[in-house]
Design a protein around this ligand. Structure first.
Ligand SMILES: Nc1nc2c(ncn2[C@@H]2O[C@H](COP(=O)(O)OP(=O)(O)O)[C@@H](O)[C@H]2O)c(=O)[nH]1
Ligand SMILES: [Mg+2]
Length: 372
């Protein structure tokens, strides 16, 4: 009989889940625990999976649907990790537009594994600037009501709300946010982190360790509203080969692309949920990762290329409240213009532009019921 702990870190797109999971994994590793990671997205070949694997952790990715709709794939991934790495702890990151995770993932897992697996309380991370707007505490651009419905539902089921990126706000605004969260979601513990700098992570781990997932009835969900909210968030996954006759600065190219996509999206599209780009040179192990979260944030490079390059692969994942065909048109236009101004040539390799389908969970368990 094996025994493992299953920790799920939810939260909206761009909140910092992947960054935090890496830090948690590193701390657990230092505490001599074996860790297995499970990532999730609608598309395959995730940037995150590659990045986490590069840090030496056992990773499985579930693609083509979320944990709840691909529950059997989640179980298979867990079994595969168990056979290969015998983890003491599973760390799982669901898709950032998913909610109702307790009823569709945690409770079914508990029923399936019984004593063999202990399920940790559910953590939900937030980006504080986004939260201030989405929750209506501060003015500014946000999402439409159906997307905000998903955002609020994520918080409603949280046992632990993690205010991440506390480095971007002063204490007064953070206190305001924390008070509003406490008033609206009184059942949740709140913890503050700067995942990127490893701050608050050990306190958070202690909180995760302190109890097991409770047995309260799962929350009410309106799946029509959920499905409509999901569908509003268009999805673009594209990859391109970028070449030049001379070496070029890939870091500044990514920053340029990010700011241009942002400008175009400002006029033609709705709020950007998360833009992530990676640029990998054709040879060597260099890598750049750029992120943009929210309409008026700046593009940030979490990994920078050490050297200029002549040829590389650009992978772009964009989610925004917008028709995915518009997203595709914006990206193509920006890329063509950048190639002209930077004297580069670009070849399309792959492009998927779509709206996510209606979430249809494999199971939905309300603590007292059995697997449906
Ligand atoms: N300022 C700041 N940025 C962060 C922090 N943690 C993560 N980020 C950035 O937020 C962006 C999204 O992070 P990611 O982990 O990919 O979010 P996910 O979509 O929730 O997995 C990236 O640019 C990260 O570098 C933090 O503590 N502070
Ligand atoms: Mg992620």
């Amino acid at each position: 009989m094996f025994h493992a702990r299953y920790i799920m870190i939810g939260g909206f797109l761009g909140a910092g889940k992947t960054t935090a999971i890496l830090k948690i994994a590193e701390q657990l590793h230092e505490r001599k625990m074996r860790v297995g990671l499970i990532t999730n997205d609608q598309s395959s070949g995730l940037v995150d999976t590659t990045m986490l694997g590069a840090h030496g952790f056992a990773v499985e990715e579930i693609t083509g649907g979320c944990f709840c709709c691909k529950f059997n794939s989640l179980v298979e991934a867990s079994e595969k990790l168990r056979a290969e790495a015998r983890p003491d702890v599973f760390l799982a990151e669901p898709v950032g537009s998913c909610t109702d995770l307790k009823a569709t993932v945690s409770y079914p897992l508990r029923q399936m594994y019984g004593e063999k697996v202990s399920i940790a309380p559910l953590s939900v991370m937030i980006d504080p600037l986004r939260a201030l707007r989405v929750l209506g505490i501060e003015p500014g651009k946000s999402f439409s009501p159906k997307v905000r419905y998903i955002y609020n539902k994520q918080l409603e089921e949280a046992d632990i709300i993690v205010i991440n990126k506390c480095d971007v706000l002063d204490d007064d605004r953070l206190d305001n946010l924390q008070q509003a969260l406490k008033a609206k979601f009184p059942g949740a513990s709140v913890v503050r982190t700067v995942a990127r700098r490893n701050k608050g992570i050990s306190e958070w781990i202690d909180l995760i360790d302190a109890t097991d997932l409770g047995v309260a009835a799962s929350m009410e969900m309106d799946y029509d509203e959920y499905a409509q909210g999901e569908a509003l968030l268009g999805w673009l996954n594209a990859s391109f080969k970028i070449e030049a006759t001379e070496d070029f600065d890939g870091n500044s190219l990514l920053e340029h692309l990010g700011s241009q996509i942002q400008i175009q999206a400002e006029t033609a599209a709705g709020e950007i949920a998360h833009l992530k780009m990676t640029l990998v040179p054709e040879t060597g192990n260099d890598l750049a990762v750029a992120n943009l979260v929210g309409g008026d944030a700046a593009t940030e490079l979490s990994y920078r290329l050490v050297e200029p390059l002549q040829c590389g692969r650009l992978i772009l994942n964009l989610r925004a409240e917008c028709d995915p065909r518009n997203l595709q048109a914006i990206v193509e236009q920006v890329l063509q213009a950048a190639c002209r101004s930077h004297r580069l040539s670009v070849t399309h390799q792959q492009c998927d532009a779509f709206r996510p389908g209606r979430p249809t969970p494999t199971h939905r368990v309300t603590t007292t019921s059995s697997l449906e």
